[in-house]
Design a protein around this ligand. Structure first.
Ligand code: TYM
Length: 333
């Protein structure tokens, strides 16, 4: 069976980019008979970017409710919270002792922080924690501990999956062939969804459209998507338009082709945005109802997560035992 695994960092409210880049493809994959899915809340990853405990807690609840509201079948998929599986952090240390520092120096998130410091004339490592530096190793542990073959992610996470692959290869070579080599799975239609300002939709850019905004606010938010100044009737280039890009991430191939023609025929921005709102709202209004109900029932969510952690550990414990033995850490009797 193919194993599919992905996680979402518990900082902030899930947005359309998380949905089309990771959640939707992962839920689709989890329905196939020949796959086993592992889906989790990356709350240890959250500590890297967020020192606000209330935010981490709230976000964990929102992200868990999101997966459930979107119809994840938690009897089939193993759905858990990263911090409930202690084998992940244990494996992280073992991998830290094996992964090359030079490889981590190349990680985008770390490099971006150093570059920002240099541009600001600061010490390059100002504000850079060991957590940020080791982020890809923690992520490698997430992936390798469950023998994932496929990791559905947005394009921004591909490098991390490749690093996990490198780390696995090195371990397999040095000790024992214990790890499966994972591959990133990126949906080409939506490799990286753009946000309100046309940059990558991201919590750190404050340009997101939250997934379960109430209808009125969703309409308002879509109206804020930046467009160029073309008037109704003037032909518009779909390929440099955020409105069109988001449309393509939600619409069928036929509807996308139709919208492309409408753009070229000069559809008014107001009309294009109205249709975009209707498209997204139709897909999300039923899950939005369930989401609101779930947020009111945290003990149900917790129960689901605890059951998931138990199942996750039935996979992680035996593999970690083998890893410990392979590196020479084991009982003597
Ligand atoms: P995170 O929480 O930043 O994002 C979660 C998922 O959403 C995708 N994504 C996007 N996809 C398309 N367009 C966008 N604008 C967009 N923004 C975010 C991300 O690519 C990601 O797939 N480190 C990871 C979480 C993680 C993980 C893992 C993922 C931890 N361990 C193991 C896979 C496997 C992160 O911070 O994603």
């Amino acid at each position: 069976k193919q194993r599919v695994l992905t996680g979402i960092t518990t900082t902030g409210t899930p947005h359309l980019g998380n949905y089309v880049g990771a959640i939707r493809p992962a839920i689709e994959a989890s329905r196939a008979d020949d796959t086993e899915s592992f889906l989790f809340l990356a709350d240890y990853h959250a500590l890297i970017k967020c020192q606000d405990p209330a935010m981490v807690r709230q976000s964990s609840k929102e992200i868990a409710a999101t997966w459930l509201a979107l119809g994840l079948d938690t009897e089939r998929a193993v759905f858990y919270r990263q911090s409930d599986v202690p084998e992940i952090t244990e494996l992280t240390w073992i991998l830290c002792c094996n992964a090359a520092k030079g490889l981590m120096n190349r990680a985008h998130a770390y490099k971006a922080a150093v570059q920002a410091n240099e541009e600001a004339g600061e010490d390059p490592d100002f504000g850079v924690t060991m957590g940020l530096f080791s982020y890809p190793v923690l992520m490698a542990a997430d992936i390798l501990l469950f023998g994932a073959h496929q990791v559905p992610v947005g394009r921004d996470q591909v490098q991390h999956v490749e690093m996990a692959r490198d780390i696995a290869q090195r371990f397999n070579h040095n000790f024992a062939e214990l790890f499966t080599l994972p591959s990133a799975v990126v949906d080409d239609n939506v490799a990286l969804l753009q946000g309100l300002d046309g940059r990558k939709m991201s919590k750190s850019y404050n340009n997101t459209i939250p997934l379960f905004l109430p209808e009125k606010q969703l309409r308002k938010s879509i109206n804020k998507i930046k467009t160029n100044l073309l008037e109704p009737g003037e032909p518009k280039n779909p390929d440099d338009s955020t409105v069109f890009q988001i449309w393509a991430a939600f619409a069928s191939a036929g509807e996308t082709a139709r919208m492309r023609r409408e753009f070229e025929a000069g559809i008014a921005w107001g009309e294009a945005k109205k249709q975009l709102f209707e498209l997204i709202n139709d897909e999300l209004s039923a899950p939005r109802e369930r989401y609101l109900q779930l947020l009111d029932d945290p003990s149900h969510i917790e129960q689901v997560l605890q059951r998931g952690a138990e199942r996750a550990r039935s996979y992680s414990m035996p593999l970690l035992k083998q890893v410990r033995e392979a590196v020479g850490i084991a009982r003597m009797d």
